[in-house]
Write a protein that binds this ligand. Structure first.
Ligand code: KIV
Length: 254
């Protein structure tokens, strides 16, 4: 798709019902992101997400989606401790979860893991820029690669991920011109989030797009207001039950 100049569409999915809808809408890639820790489990960040959490949600998405490529996030500490542990954990995401690829965060420190996984037939998507699993080190969910040194590091990390065999790389919250430079420098596709229009594809957290998060990041366009739609529907049901409007007595109607 990158070679053809066709943009790649990616969206997070966490359950079978939504995955079926996203799949029918034509999404190219569904990401079972560790953002599920925030959207589904109500944590303040992604650090508490476990491998079991991601396996379970990947299984659900697998049941719902018939066509899209499924990429499962490797949670914090499932690939950083050792290469053999990373192999076993990534393998479980494919074998038990039904993912076709895994995504992991970082550049230079994870290259040995990426190389090993790819050599064993496990496709790996990289993730650079804002790294939610390093939220404490990065000082919050903040724009990254804003200094000349950090820009050079990001370009070097992206090239190193490509050399290690990564099949694509997510660029999160970096300057648009750096995302453009990185996308031009790499043969593999870049998937942007909060990084401007020049990436080879775009990803959003589905709950932000659908209007289900209380505080969506400023770069996330809201395409629907499902939060308020659900609120209105549930309030109407509540009122009906309280006032006897639901259910109707079939015998009385006959
Ligand atoms: O977990 C996630 O949803 C992600 C996206 C923000 C790319 O990693």
């Amino acid at each position: 798709m990158k070679t053809r100049g066709e943009k790649i569409t990616m969206l997070t999915a966490y359950d079978a019902t939504m995955a079926a809808l996203f799949d029918r809408a034509g999404m190219d890639v569904l990401l079972i992101g560790d953002s599920l820790g925030m959207t589904i489990l109500g944590h303040p960040n992604t650090l508490q997400v476990t491998l079991e959490d991601v396996i379970r949600h990947t299984q659900a998405v697998r049941r719902g989606a018939a066509r899209a490529l499924l990429v499962a996030d490797m949670p914090f500490l499932t690939y950083q401790v050792s290469v053999p542990e990373a192999v076993r954990n990534a393998g479980r995401l494919l074998q038990e979860g039904g993912a076709a690829a895994v995504k992991l965060e970082g550049g230079e420190p994870v290259l040995d893991v990426v190389e090993r996984l790819v050599s064993l037939g496990i496709p790996v998507m990289g993730h650079l820029g804002l790294l939610p699993q390093s939220v404490h080190q990065q000082g919050g969910f903040k724009r990254q690669a804003t200094t000349e040194r950090a820009r050079k590091q990001l370009l070097a990390d992206a090239a190193a991920l490509e050399n290690a065999g990564a099949c694509a790389v997510v660029l999160e919250c970096i300057p648009s011109d750096l995302a453009q430079e990185t996308s031009a420098a790499l043969k593999i596709p870049t998937i942007g989030i909060g990084s401007g229009p020049h990436c080879d594809g775009q990803v959003l957290v589905s709950y932000d797009l659908l209007g289900l998060t209380a505080e969506a990041p400023p770069f996330a366009r809201q395409y629907a207001d499902l939060g308020n739609t659900i609120l209105a529907a549930v309030r109407a049901y509540y009122d009906d039950v309280k006032q006897g409007g639901f259910p109707r007595d079939r015998a009385a109607n006959a």
